[in-house]
Design a protein around this ligand. Structure first.
Ligand code: M6R
Length: 369
């Protein structure tokens, strides 16, 4: 049942081309129009939405943070992402014009379920993005967009994360289509780019030996920092969460721009720092800014492990270790850059001899608040 792999987690990492492919399947036509029949919410309501609130916990919340960049860009609807367990305790502004997107792999996370109930009481419509058919959160929502990642057994979420990002992107594109704004024209292009993602993930998986080895070599690390910017920021936090969960070491994700506002004080000789490098084609010279972050931390002794876009050889001069992922538009990059971080955490935890499928103290579904 582990498909020849040593763990469910490893199998699920390798399921990811399929998880994304299946989630895209049958949801658009040949002309690049989205068809989301399952979204049974009145179109006039969807057109009048003036705010989106994404509610989720853990990895699912990071998927929401990635989606925010894309949804705001395509739909021009203000989008907030909030941890489900914080949401209803702060008198949030939520009403009939709010669309809540509840993201949950299991569909049973109590924190998210309670937040969904609260949002609906305030009149909001709720769309669930969920991987588990017929689970509680979809049943209590107004509509559900299922991720078709297949059952996820390992406690650490991997393929569900990529499928959640994919589904949230489809939702964002659908809203853009419905609302007919100026980004409408981009939809067909983005769908075409999305359709190339499964093969690109496969290429990352086929090229994973080096990052696996590095993970194993770093089994004695006491702490690993992760830096990213734009969509790379939630990816950095997700990479750090994987390492905490699986390898039980201190790991933290930062926005690279925040470095000089505090975290750089943590850098000392030998500190490993994983950097999710923006594409050289990213807007607003983000790439150059992160390269200069890498130079700053290296000058203070950091060992840098850089995830970069293929062809971006400029980073080699500034990094101890570079891993390339195929070229892709910035908004889709998390579907690729996350994968080496998952493999890194898996390899590091395996080298320590830990049970990667059942890490200590954790449950697959958190059904208590
Ligand atoms: O089933 P859910 O997506 O609602 O679960 C949310 C979190 O509990 C979950 O993502 C958790 O953070 C994972 N163990 C992360 O790997």
């Amino acid at each position: 049942e582990k498909g020849g792999f040593d763990s469910f987690m490893e199998k699920e990492i390798h399921d990811q081309p399929d998880a994304v492919g299946q989630t895209l399947l049958g949801r658009s036509d040949v002309d690049g129009n989205l068809i989301l029949d399952e979204l049974r919410i009145d179109e006039t309501i969807l057109r009048s939405v003036d705010k989106i609130v994404v509610l989720a916990c853990g990895t699912s919340a990071y998927a929401g943070q990635v989606a925010k960049y894309a949804i705001e860009h395509w739909c021009r609807i203000p989008t907030e992402v909030e941890l489900s367990h914080e949401f209803r305790y702060r008198d949030p502004i939520v009403n009939e014009k709010t669309l809540v997107v509840a993201i949950s792999q299991s569909g049973e996370t109590m924190d998210t379920l309670m937040a969904v109930r609260y949002a609906r009481e305030q009149g909001a419509k709720v769309v669930a993005i969920c991987n588990t058919n017929g689970s509680t959160i979809p049943r209590e929502s107004d509509a559900v967009l299922y991720t078709h990642a297949g059952p996820e057994i390992a406690v650490a979420s991997t393929k569900a994360f990529l499928a959640q990002i994919t589904a949230a992107y489809l939702l964002g594109l659908y809203l853009a289509q419905l609302r007919g704004n100026k980004y409408r024209d981009e939809i067909a292009d983005v769908l075409a780019d999305l359709s190339t993602i499964p093969a690109k993930i496969q290429a990352v998986l086929d090229d994973a030996d080096k990052i696996k080895q590095l993970g194993a070599d770093m089994a004695n690390a006491k702490s690993v920092l992760f830096l990213g910017r734009h969509v790379g920021f939630p990816v950095a936090m997700e990479g750090a969460l994987k390492l905490k969960e699986l390898a039980y070491i201190h790991a933290e994700g930062f926005a690279a721009g925040e470095l000089k506002h505090g975290p750089i004080a943590l850098i000392e000789e030998g500190q490993p720092v994983v950097v999710v490098m923006p594409s050289p084609s990213a807007r607003d010279s983000l790439h150059a800014k992160v390269v200069s972050n890498v130079q700053e931390i290296r000058a203070r002794g950091a060992v840098t492990i850089v995830i970069a876009e293929a062809g971006d050889t400029t980073v080699e001069a500034y990094s101890e270790h570079v891993f390339y992922v195929p070229e892709t538009p910035t908004l889709l990059a998390p579907l690729l850059t996350t994968v080496p971080l998952q493999i890194f955490a898996l390899a590091l935890a395996s080298a320590k001899g830990y049970d990667v499928d059942q890490p200590r103290n954790l449950a697959k579904s958190v059904t208590v608040e």
